[in-house]
Ligand binder design. Structure first.
Ligand SMILES: [Zn+2]
Length: 376
């Protein structure tokens, strides 16, 4: 008997996809603070002609502006519009009655990412301070399971992610721009040199190109089942008040996502069984016009008298986010109108678990529930 049982165990595949799920791999991508306005409307004419916000007026006009208003979004993010939004699901175009928002009361990055990755809102996480997240992300929970162990990896431009994903506790591999002591390949050796030698405009953020190419290199070598990539440039250029650079970052990220998808569809392990899910950690303001640079709720403002005096309502609209997905089990419905409800970021983690065929309640019943809009 014992022998037979052992044989049966040996014959079982090492990783069994959960019932009814075609998706075996998930790539979750976030683009820090990229507004739904640019994603769905494209370049904003009024901001784009303002010399206070742009040094490369000619360039962005040539690249992202067209006479036909409805074509501007596609000019800015061609891959999203031509492929993901057509072959998958997209939510958050408020001009088309489609709504998504964060649940946390702060409208800042750390709380936004924590909400996306853990599925819960912890109000005590109310800033971007480097505190180890007491909540477990779905990455950490999956990585603790036998069929995902060592098959989860994160790559981010912002160096606060090792705290958000609590690497001390989770042990997750989070590449956030740390110095690499022993690069795994010639490409990574060169990347490591350039990352150290090319000055980033920001102390806390590396250029997204490094995040992208480290991620591609690692993914190609290790084929993780669950990948998280956090792009960060768009937000920092916006805070710097550079609308031209913000647009160029959006366009570049679109290109990165295309590159990633092409890799996935040309790779034996990932082809036709990998889901791409894209979202953002917060929105930005719209009115008054200069608030495109900022994001914060009233409660965040209340902690700073000077800001509160200037923006007594907080940065209106910065709770607005958008989400898109494509891949097996994601219906090709395109933009979905949400009627009088609004989908929320705390439901992303459970949605991804469900797409992998997992029951989120077994991980943490306090998570926001799966969004069935994304599931066939
Ligand atoms: Zn942010």
């Amino acid at each position: 008997m014992k022998r037979v049982a052992l044989l049966v165990i040996l014959l079982l595949p090492v990783t069994v996809p959960a019932a009814d799920s075609k998706a075996r791999n998930i790539f979750l991508l976030t683009i820090d603070g990229l507004r739904w306005q640019e994603v769905f409307r494209g370049l904003d004419e009024s901001l784009a002609v303002n010399t206070q916000y742009n040094k490369r007026l000619e360039h962005i006009r040539k690249q992202y502006w067209t006479e036909v208003k409805a074509k501007r979004a596609e000019a800015l993010m061609p891959f999203l519009h031509s492929t993901i939004f057509k072959s998958g699901v997209v939510i958050g175009n408020r001009d088309q009655n489609s709504c998504a928002r964060v649940t946390n009361p702060w409208y800042l990055s750390y709380p936004g990412y924590s909400e996306i990755l853990t599925g819960v809102v912890d109000e005590a996480l109310d800033s971007n301070d480097r505190v180890l997240n007491p909540n477990q992300s779905f990455l950490e929970k999956l990585n603790a399971r036998e069929n995902y162990r060592g098959k989860v990896a994160a790559f981010t431009s912002w160096n606060v992610f090792p705290y958000i994903l609590n690497v001390e506790r989770s042990g997750l591999p989070v590449d956030a721009g740390q110095k690499v002591d022993s690069p795994a390949s010639e490409l990574e050796r060169i990347l490591s040199h350039l990352q150290g030698d090319i000055p980033s405009p920001w102390e806390h953020l590396r250029y997204d190109a490094f995040t992208q190419h480290y991620a591609l290199s690692y993914i190609e070598r290790h084929h993780p089942r669950v990948v998280y990539i956090g792009y960060g440039e768009a937000d920092d250029f916006a805070h710097d008040g550079r609308y031209d650079e913000y647009l160029m970052a959006a366009n570049r990220t679109d290109r990165f996502i295309r590159e990633l998808w092409q890799f996935v569809q040309n790779d034996e392990v990932y082809r036709d069984n990998t889901i791409l899910f894209i979202t953002v950690d917060h929105g930005r303001g719209e009115e008054p016009e200069e608030t495109w640079q900022h994001h914060a709720s009233i409660r965040t403002m209340e902690k700073n008298e000077q800001y509160l005096a200037q923006y007594p309502e907080g940065i209106v609209g910065s709770e607005a986010v958008w989400m898109a997905a494509m891949g097996p089990d994601v219906p090709a419905k395109g933009l979905i109108a949400t009627g009088d409800k609004c989908l929320t970021s705390n439901r992303v983690a459970a949605t991804l678990l469900k797409l992998l065929g997992e029951d989120y309640r077994l991980f943490n019943s306090g998570m926001g529930s799966p969004m069935m809009e994304f599931i066939e």
